[in-house]
Design a protein around this ligand. Structure first.
Ligand code: IPE
Ligand code: IPE
Ligand code: MG
Length: 246
């Protein structure tokens, strides 16, 4: 899959597949509103899209997919909408952890302490049951906020310094990363946001430093495998310079 080509002495990564795709699942509410349906119908259609896209990514050899499902800011929404999103998450966590045909390895990124206790239980179960799975790694960002993740890491590092277990000089980027929810994972190659908005909305603020951003007008419930293939193709033609010259 790693197919670097040398062109005139330069490394060309134009045919390189992304290892990690992160998706901001957006546009569910508008999808429903456009059809005169209650917003929760958009979330349930959006959860079907999640299944299709995760299966597709697994088939085409994507190693990691990170799905932004619920942000630390989404608690501002009406209670009925939050309840519906939690209901769908319960169902999806069960599905991924209980059915033997699924080989995905589940990780939840976010402040799980702030979630209902039965969901915390399902997260533990899903993580445990899929620990040895060898298929795609599915990260679900749930009660996730990038600023909260970074603040949390800083707090834990400060506590170690206070106890004398770490020197301030030891705090490097590599060390800091070990305190993030994504520790030991590659950074996302692509951050994809369907749903027409062109913003990051507090998602993977640290990890996305050099991600290729792809914004799409398609609302998430309408997103298809073909749309994802197009996004990957777009990525393959990007020139990632990381501050250098290429
Ligand atoms: C889903 O899309 C994202 C979640 C927070 C679950 P939205 O519910 O934000 O849809 P829009 O942006 O209102 O259309
Ligand atoms: C981002 O979508 C959060 C998730 C997809 C979970 P939002 O719909 O909450 O973002 P804003 O409000 O448009 O920035
Ligand atoms: Mg939205």
């Amino acid at each position: 899959m790693l197919s670097f080509r040398h062109i005139g002495g330069y490394m060309d990564n134009s045919c390189k597949m992304p290892r990690h795709i992160a998706i901001i699942l957006d546009g569910n509410g508008r999808w429903a509103e456009q059809r005169g349906l209650p917003r929760f119908k958009g979330h349930s259609k959006g959860s079907e899209t999640v299944r299709e896209i995760v299966d597709h990514c697994d088939k085409i050899g994507i190693e990691y997919i990170t799905l932004y499902a619920f942000s630390t800011e989404n608690w501002k929404r009406p209670k009925e909408e939050v309840d519906e999103i939690m209901r769908l998450l319960r169902k999806y966590l069960d599905e991924l952890s209980k059915y033997a045909d699924k080989n995905a390895k589940i990780t939840v990124l976010g402040e799980t302490e702030g979630l209902p206790s039965d969901i915390r239980g399902k997260i533990m179960e899903a993580t445990e049951n899929t620990r040895n799975n060898t298929g795609i790694k599915v990260n679900i960002a749930l009660n996730y906020g990038g600023r909260q993740e970074i603040t949390n890491a800083a707090k834990r590092i400060a506590a170690l310094v206070k106890r004398g277990e770490l020197e301030p000089e030891d705090i490097t980027e590599n060390l800091f990363e070990k305190f993030l929810y994504t520790k030991d994972m590659p950074s996302p190659d692509i951050i994809l946001r369907p749903g027409r908005e062109k913003r990051i909305s507090n998602f993977l603020l640290w990890q996305g430093a050099y991600s290729e951003l792809i914004f799409e007008d398609i609302l998430w419930p309408d997103y298809t495998k073909e749309d994802l293939d197009r996004a990957i193709d777009d990525f393959k033609h990007r020139n990632r310079r990381y501050g250098g010259v290429k």
